[in-house]
Structure formats: C-alpha cells, structure tokens
Ligand binder design. Structure first.
Ligand code: ADP
Ligand code: GN1
Ligand code: MG
Length: 365
C-alpha cells in the first residue's frame, strides 16, 4: 500500500461516516484486496477500509451490488428471526457522500464497512469452534437459498469451475512465461494424474444431476468472526465471491483451511495433515443446518469437496507460479511454489483418509 495517511483520510472523507477518524493501518492477511483498520479519536477501531483489486474483480459495480443484495437479505432474515445485535451479525457497508457503494479515485476502487467490535478471528481452530463454524456456514447458505436465480452475478466468471482452472493451468504450462515449467514438472504430473477425477462436478452438472446454489466460495477459516466473549460465530465476512456455484465449494474450502494441521504455505510439509476431528465437527455443524436442502448426491460428495478444493488451490497456486506470480500477493520469490507443495501435501493426506471420511458421510445418508 503506497498511500500516505493523509491520502487515506481523504479517501475516507468521501464516505458518509458516522464519526471522525484519525488513522488507517494495514489489517488482515488476504491475498487479493488491501484491508485497513480505521481508528477514531479514542483509538478505537471503528471502520474497515478496503481497496478492491479491480484487476481481479473487474466489474466493481456488480461486485458491490451482489454484496448489497446479500447483506440486506441476511439482515432481513435476522430481523424476522428476532435477532438482536444485528450490526455485529452481518456486514454494514457505508455509502459515499454521493450515494454510491464504492469510491473511485481515478485509479483505485475503495469501500468502507463498520468494524465489528469485540470479535476474534482464527487461522487455526479446535473441533468445538469448527462445529460452530459448520453451523454458521450452513446457516449462511440456507439464508441465501431463496435469492431468485439470476439476481447475483458471477463476480469472477468460472471461479470454482475445475475444467476452466485446468484450462488456465494448461495454457500457463504451454506458454511457460517465467521459464519455471521444468522446475515443477513433478507437480505438473501429479496435477495431470488427477484431472479426470477432479472434474466430476462439471460433468454431473451437464447431466442435470448437480444444481448450482448460492455459495460463499471463500470459506477460509479466517473469513468468519467469532464473539471474543462467547466464541460463538458472529458474522461471515469477505463476501466478494458470494455467487452461484456448487455446494461442495463451501465445505471444501473450510476443510482445506480449518482441517489442515499446518499452514496454507507451510515450509515444512511434515506439519501438513488433515485433522479428522475438525472435519467431523465441521461437517456435523454444517449438516445440522444444511441437511434439509442438500440432495443425497451432494451429501455423499462432501468429503470429495475437501479434496477438490485442495486440488483446485494446488492448481491455482501452481498456475500462478508458472505464470510468474501475477495473481496472488506473495511474500518471497518462491511463495507460490511453497504454497503449492503445502497444498499438495494436504491433498495427499485427504486422499489417504478418503475411506474414513466417506464412511463418516454415509452415516448422514
Ligand atoms: P481479504 O480479502 O483481504 O481476506 P477480508 O474481508 O477477509 O479481506 O478482511 C481481512 C481481515 O480483516 C479479516 O480476516 C478480519 O480479521 C478483518 N475484518 C474484515 N472485515 C471486518 C469487520 N467488518 N469487522 C472486524 N474485522 C474485520
Ligand atoms: C484468495 O482474498 P482471500 O485471501 O480471502 C482467493 C481464494 C483462495 C485464497 C487462497 C478472489 O482469498 O479464492 O482460495 O486466496 N480469492 C480470490 O488462500 O481469488
Ligand atoms: Mg479474508
């Protein structure tokens, strides 16, 4: 982030803020947008300011419309259910002084939302928290299930389409723009070996057996805020990719992040394994909320979702490494390669535990 404090305050001044603010500093560790925490005179964090990565989210208008649709839909559901403390349970974005949902400064797109006070977010969790998270993502999907088809746009077209991700991967390998293909041939071979098995969803969809639903599509464990006092889930955040997709996305990305004993970019792949207690706890919570709307096919495929999203992330990090690091923020020249190897190790662990995970899922059918 190259903006000065004064420039950031001038950007904030474009929004209808409820109170004066004094500073904006980097926050969180997302790979795409830039997130800043904004403080008031008392030193309290009151807003979150984000610079939207418009090279990736090319239609910012659609993006912010989607987010407004989703947040107002959830707000209505919470109100109808008699919930209190609603400003901590759903994100609230503030309009600009001229009534727009984002501000364009001629170069960058910015948005502001209320900071949710007294929250905790986790990079690694326990089975108890995973159970709470499972219920919360199940609730999230079920609250959004009645948004009419066609209302939400695809903010990134084909975002979780595995056939499309493999096409991007093949294009990257063919172009070899950064001259890195030879270095990663072992990983390329591993990706190819699994390509057929990992594109089941697209085939089932074409055969009319698997429908699309509104999904979050980025259910990393740190995209959920917990109440600092009670450790109950407060709010699902990071709504940029909420869009129609396959239901496996949201269980898959949580298994990929929450049920990993290591880090997404662990240098030591010995640390990386699937934690089956967390998988089971998350799945129990999720199924309690989602069982009513899932089909038996979707239920039986849920563990496959963990493998699929981990495979997809392996392919995406590897593609970016081969392309010369053009998509994800990196913190070192080999970061995308380290990420790829760590994700691939997790995939192997998920494969080794496939029978146990499938057997657990059978108990829900
Ligand atoms: P990114 O796309 O960069 O991951 P997020 O929207 O997930 O962006 O925000 C990054 C981090 O900032 C989150 O993991 C969370 O800890 C914190 N955060 C984001 N929005 C809020 C909010 N409204 N209230 C409190 N914390 C927030
Ligand atoms: C990105 O923005 P962030 O860090 O929550 C990415 C996800 C990946 C994730 C991998 C728009 O998410 O799809 O799964 O990194 N978001 C986008 O950590 O590509
Ligand atoms: Mg995030």
């Amino acid at each position: 982030m190259t903006k000065t404090k004064e420039e950031l305050l001038a950007i904030l001044d474009q929004f209808e803020l409820n109170e004066p603010v004094v500073s904006a500093e980097p926050f969180g560790n997302g790979h795409i947008n830039d997130t800043l925490k904004v403080t008031n005179h008392k030193g309290e964090i009151c807003y979150v300011l984000q610079r939207i990565n418009h090279h990736i989210f090319t239609n910012v208008e659609m993006l912010q419309n989607n987010i407004n649709t989703v947040t107002s839909h959830i707000r209505k559901k919470l109100e109808a259910a008699g919930e209190t403390d609603i400003d901590r349970k759903v994100l609230t974005f503030l309009p600009t002084r001229d009534g727009k949902p984002y501000y364009f400064d001629g170069e960058n797109y910015w948005r502001v939302c209320l900071f949710i006070p007294n929250n905790k977010s986790y990079e690694a969790i326990t089975p108890e928290l995973a159970y709470e998270a499972g219920k919360a993502f199940g609730d999230f999907q079920s609250m959004l299930a009645d948004i009419p088809e066609g209302t939400l746009g695809e903010t990134i077209p084909d975002f979780h389409n595995m056939e499309f991700r493999l096409k991007q991967f093949h294009d990257a390998v063919a172009a070899d723009a950064a001259g890195r293909v030879a270095e990663v041939q072992d990983l390329i071979d591993e990706v190819e070996k699994r390509a057929e098995a990992m594109t089941i969803q697209e085939r089932l969809h074409r055969e009319g057996k698997l429908q699309k639903r509104v999904n979050h599509c980025d259910t990393k464990v740190n995209n959920m805020l917990f109440d600092a006092d009670t450790d109950k889930v407060l709010c699902v955040i990071d709504l940029d990719t909420v869009m129609p997709g396959y239901v496996l996305s949201d269980i898959g990305d949580f298994i990929r992040t929450g049920a990993n004993t290591g880090a997404e970019d662990d240098e030591n792949t010995d640390n990386v394994e699937v934690n089956l207690d967390i998988f089971e706890a998350y799945t129990r919570g999720y199924m309690e909320k989602a069982k009513t709307f899932l089909t038996p096919l979707e239920i039986s495929l849920l563990p496959y979702g963990g493998r699929l999203l981990t495979y997809m992330q392996t392919v995406r990090f590897l593609t970016d490494y081969i392309n010369g690091d053009t998509y994800y923020k990196i913190h070192g020249p080999k970061h995308n390669l380290v990420r790829t190897r760590a994700q691939f190790k997790l995939l192997q662990s998920l494969e080794a535990n496939q029978e146990k995970m499938d057997a657990f899922m059978q108990t829900w059918l």
